[in-house]
Design a protein around this ligand. Sequence first.
Ligand code: ADP
Ligand code: MG
Length: 242
Amino acid sequence: MSNPVIEIIDVTKTYESGNKALAEVSLEIPQGAFVTIIGPSGCGKTTLLRLINGMTGFDSGQVTVMGRNLKSWDLVHLRRKIGYVIQQGALFPHLTVRQNIAFVLNISDAKTQTINNRITELANMMGFDERQLNAFPSDLSGGQQQRVGIARALASQPQIVLMDEPFGALDNITRRNLQNEIKGMHQKLGITFVMVTHDLQEAFSLGTHMAIINKGKIEQYDTPVAIQKNPTNIWIKEFIKV
Ligand code: ADP
Ligand code: MG
């Protein structure tokens, strides 16, 4: 695969409890891809995602991000280049929307003017007005809160955005709206997205590539069209039936 931005090679991960979450997993993610990761609950999706920004360690194998072995990255530095979005409730409740979005920028050495400009840009992109920027997360709907989470993840202009079931707690209409927005953002911004989901339709419609996992192993990794046309085993065939 040409120019991978993330390379996971033969990674095995066992939790202290003895739980083997990943077994010799390999995944190459090309620059600019939108990879959706799907599989049954407990199959290792979150663990796989958290390998990429060093939030989860591993027993063996190798992870390379933006051309550098994870082991040689300063993790604080790396995480500033990787946005991270999880389900609702991940915002700081005592900070305003503006402060939430600016959080990473404020702990970097960006100038106030630069930060303000960036917040205006993100507010425009996500459709927030001044009043909403000054509100607290609890004043917003679930969908709006997720928009804040996305804006915060994009604030430092990351090259990679990781998302762990970001729309899982939203109602259908809000979810479809946000899916469309994120798809547009991916096309416009050209950054690499890796998204864990348990929604098949979401995995198929957003992914340029799809990784189907079962019991800590990647069953198939290909384009959605190829997976639909040619599921490589009976388990996948059953799994992708809607
Ligand atoms: P998924 O996101 O697909 O639901 P996870 O990656 O969260 O799966 O978990 C994979 C497996 O590892 C599961 O069996 C889960 O119980 C276990 N696991 C996850 N996190 C921990 C942890 N912090 N300590 C021990 N076991 C864990
Ligand atoms: Mg999970």
